[in-house]
Write a new protein. Structure first.
Length: 373
């Protein structure tokens, strides 16, 4: 062994044995181990404390927050109005965005479907969407409209293509619906970044995107080809989130389909499990909204959509949730409709597929509730 090699070995051995210094203070390996264990123990205490609040105490907290009156549909809607106001002010926090100019409309074609791309200025933000009508629609006949909302990894073009979307925007057009396909912010990284800024501003990205769509609807529903009394929404994945988040706050949306989103929300957000992917162990910071689990797990949010018709779609192979837990949550939510004697308005399609839109049940549901003839 050369003298140089021996020197190098001795040098690095000494370096490893020297106690580490932090902020000018020497910390021995034993002290460092103690500090790590103590900090880990404190982190565990914090997580257990918050898990107890969010999960174990949820039902008791919810029972004190909701005072539903099932004596009639009108009474029910009045009774949940305070919760609706908190849903808006505590969780969604939509900003005020007003139109600052006329809509710009240009011809646009997606996968052979001719329509128009609409951009509406709202101050420093624009609302953008693709609008298309079924071919061969009878002149003078007002058509039902479905808001088609893409997910986090997609664009307005995606619902016209295959894959998880199964061309469901095309299928809606074939079935006689006009479609409005809003552009929402794409990608986990972009939504994480913008949601951080939103929290500093005490608003949320879904709140911004809700107001963008509401302003767009003001323009689109003035079109004489569309029946403003027959508007639905069908979203996949994060588009399903938008459907559940927005329907409580815009009564113009008369029926909804939620694909690949509805969940046992407390477990999804807080409890890691091998049977599904909990948001807690992902990098999707954008999916955490202030106040969400104070009183608004999914079965409670459904009561802000009720009595309007709603279809849940979930695939047994979809790791967004463990399907028996989805079914449990659905059965709790269905009680709102059952107590109002309208159980036919709330349906679920537990299918054998994955993270996708299901054409057959979705089209049938929209026809049932939005087609008048």
């Amino acid at each position: 062994m050369s003298k140089l090699f021996k020197f190098i070995v001795i040098f690095f051995t000494i370096i490893l044995l020297i106690p580490k210094q932090v902020s000018g203070q020497t910390i021995s390996p034993a002290d460092q181990k103690l500090e790590t264990e103590r900090t880990d123990a404190y982190a565990s205490q914090l997580e257990n404390y918050l898990r107890n609040y969010l999960i174990d105490q949820y039902d008791e907290r919810s029972s004190e927050a909701w005072h539903r009156d099932y004596s009639s549909i009108d009474a029910f809607e009045r009774s949940v109005e305070p919760n609706r106001e908190r849903w808006a002010s505590v969780v969604i926090k939509p900003p005020v965005l007003t139109k600052t100019g006329p809509a710009i409309r240009k011809p646009y074609t997606i996968e052979g479907i001719k329509g128009e791309w609409i951009e509406l200025p709202l101050g420093g933000i624009t609302a953008q969407a693709f609008l298309a009508f079924p071919s061969g629609a009878a002149a003078g006949k007002k058509l039902p409209l479905v808001i088609v909302q893409h997910g986090i990894g997609s664009t307005p073009e995606t619902p016209f293509r295959g894959g998880a979307y199964n061309e469901y925007a095309k299928e809606l057009l074939k079935s006689g619906f006009a479609v409005l396909v809003p552009m929402n912010l794409m990608s986990i990284e972009r939504r994480n970044r913008i949601e951080r800024l939103c929290r500093l501003a005490d608003i949320s990205l879904p709140g911004i995107e809700l107001v963008r769509v509401q302003n767009m609807l003001d323009i689109v529903l003035a079109d004489t080809r569309i029946d403003p009394q027959r508007v639905g929404m069908w979203g996949v994945s994060l588009g399903g989130m938008a459907t559940m988040f927005w329907m409580p706050l815009d009564p113009r949306i008369r029926a909804g389909v939620v694909s690949a989103w509805f969940n046992h929300r407390r477990n999804k957000m807080v409890i890691p499990d091998d049977r599904y992917t909990s948001f807690l162990v992902t990098t999707e910071d954008h999916a955490f909204f202030t106040g969400w689990l104070t009183e608004f797990t999914d079965h409670d949010v459904v009561s802000l959509i009720c009595p309007r018709p709603l279809l849940i779609q979930h695939g047994k192979q979809d790791r967004i949730a463990h399907w028996p837990q989805v079914l449990d949550e659905y059965n709790i939510a269905k009680k709102h409709y059952e107590k109002l004697n309208i159980p036919e308005r709330f349906e679920i399609d537990i299918h054998d597929g994955g993270h996708e839109a299901v054409i057959k049940s979705g089209i049938a549901f929209m026809k049932k509730w939005l087609m008048t003839d």
